[in-house]
Write a protein that binds this ligand. Structure first.
Ligand SMILES: Cc1cc2nc3c(=O)[nH]c(=O)nc-3n(C[C@H](O)[C@H](O)[C@H](O)COP(=O)(O)OP(=O)(O)OC[C@H]3O[C@@H](n4cnc5c(N)ncnc54)[C@H](O)[C@@H]3O)c2cc1C
Length: 379
């Protein structure tokens, strides 16, 4: 396995790194504090082609691989996790299932706008009463055969990108029979779809997250995504892929903590020396590098396996679990290195600290990742 990035991947990484530094970072704190969605940044990400990275060129995408998406997510998360999760959720949870399971008509209808970033797709699995136990969902869709329409009733919780001005659709996982779960595409603005107010979150404050309720929402029968009854299998595969990108997000956050800590350790003085001269600080920074590097190898491994069509479920869970715990540990250490300034919201590491925790929860908690790894080992 070759972990050296290709020239194309390296060029993409540098482009996104520069974009993150020059376009994302300057406005990150303002959007975070005001809890506003960064439409202009997202528009520019679209122009750069980031929303179409793994989508084929015939639908306006860049025709790249999953590693390309992960590299972009990593570089964005280095300065702003809200923007990184907006990209991750829009592409790996939103557009990719449409590409993977959609009909040619669905590809035509949705992919060009999603790949250009003009529109965002959301993934509606979690419900107020079911998260880790995804198969326990209770949203129902009944096929009205005479009208040729699905009629959807129920509710979803914590759905990313579901309430922006440019949200085009939510792929909703619903019970379509006693032992049957399917995925149905619900266009934004459908009659009976209510988008709740944005949550007040500890972190990811500039990302868009809403509760959704469905009251006799009618969509054409043709909005079924993939085979009827295969919804849970589709969702599990989507989450396996998404976890690789979430691992990349954790690596970016951890790297951002390392960048800031190195700079501060050289500049901040105490007892007549730079704090970076103290072994206690050096060891924290060495541990950050250790975790970031190891987590990066883990997600590259999972992304390369995914890209080559091989088995990657266990590697995705390992990467997600390790990178999210690495991010939490690096954010804690970075905050400590910054002392009192680390507790001030204007300091980037404080934002990293608030953004890190969700990585151990979203797209499968750390407990769920350990369950997947243990199961894959035969337990
Ligand atoms: C900001 C944000 C954005 C999100 N975006 C989306 C989105 O776009 N789409 C979407 O569908 N969902 C989304 N989610 C939901 C997220 O994926 C869930 O919160 C997550 O999967 C956990 O589910 P839960 O919150 O219901 O916790 P629960 O499943 O209720 O778990 C509670 C606790 O019990 C533990 N637990 C549960 N079962 C077991 C077990 N068998 N063994 C050991 N421990 C167990 C869990 O690990 C956890 O610690 C988002 C959540 C947040 C906070």
């Amino acid at each position: 396995m070759d972990f050296k990035l290709s020239e194309e991947h390296e060029a993409l990484r540098r482009t996104v790194q520069e974009f993150a530094r020059e376009v994302v970072a300057p406005v990150a704190a303002e959007h975070y504090e005001q809890h506003t969605f960064p439409y202009e940044v997202v528009r520019q990400m679209g122009k750069l082609g980031l929303f179409g990275l793994p989508i084929p060129a015939e639908y306006g995408g860049m025709g790249g691989d999953y590693l390309a998406l992960c590299l972009a997510v990593e570089e964005l998360a280095r300065v702003d996790s809200s923007v990184a999760i907006t990209l991750e959720a829009a592409v790996s949870l939103g557009a990719m299932p449409i590409w993977r399971y959609g009909t040619p008509e669905q590809h035509e209808a949705w992919l060009p706008r999603l790949a250009s970033g003009e529109a965002l797709a959301a993934f509606g699995l979690t419900e107020p009463g079911s998260g880790s136990d995804a198969g326990a969902l209770s949203t129902r869709a009944v096929l009205d055969e005479a009208a040729g329409e699905w009629v959807i009733n129920g509710g979803k919780a914590f759905i990313t990108n579901s309430g922006t001005e440019i949200t085009a659709l939510v792929a909703v996982t619903a019970r379509t029979g006693p032992q049957e779960i399917s995925t149905i595409v619900v266009p934004a603005g459908a009659t009976g779809l209510r988008v709740g107010p944005g949550y007040s979150k500890v972190g990811w404050c500039a990302s868009d997250t809403h509760e959704l309720s469905f009251s006799d929402v009618r969509v054409p029968a043709a909005n079924l995504l993939g085979q009827r009854g295969r919804g849970l299998a589709q969702v599990l595969r989507t989450l396996d892929e998404g976890r690789v990108a979430i691992a990349a997000l954790g690596v970016g956050l951890s790297q951002g903590c390392l960048d800031e800590s190195l700079r501060y350790a050289r500049q901040r003085r105490a007892f007549g020396r730079s704090i970076g001269d103290f072994q206690a600080i050096q060891f924290k920074i060495a541990d950050m590098e250790l975790r970031t590097h190891t987590a990066r190898l883990a997600y590259h491994d999972a992304a390369l396996r995914l890209g080559s069509g091989g088995e990657f479920k266990r590697q995705a869970a390992i990467a997600k679990l390790y990178a999210s715990e690495a991010a939490v540990a690096s954010a804690r250490d970075a905050t400590q290195i910054f002392g009192g300034y680390g507790f001030m919201n204007e300091t980037p590491v404080a934002r990293h600290w608030r953004d890190a925790k969700i990585l151990e929860i979203g797209e499968g908690t750390s407990e769920v990742q350990r369950m997947i790894i243990a199961r894959d080992l035969g337990l």
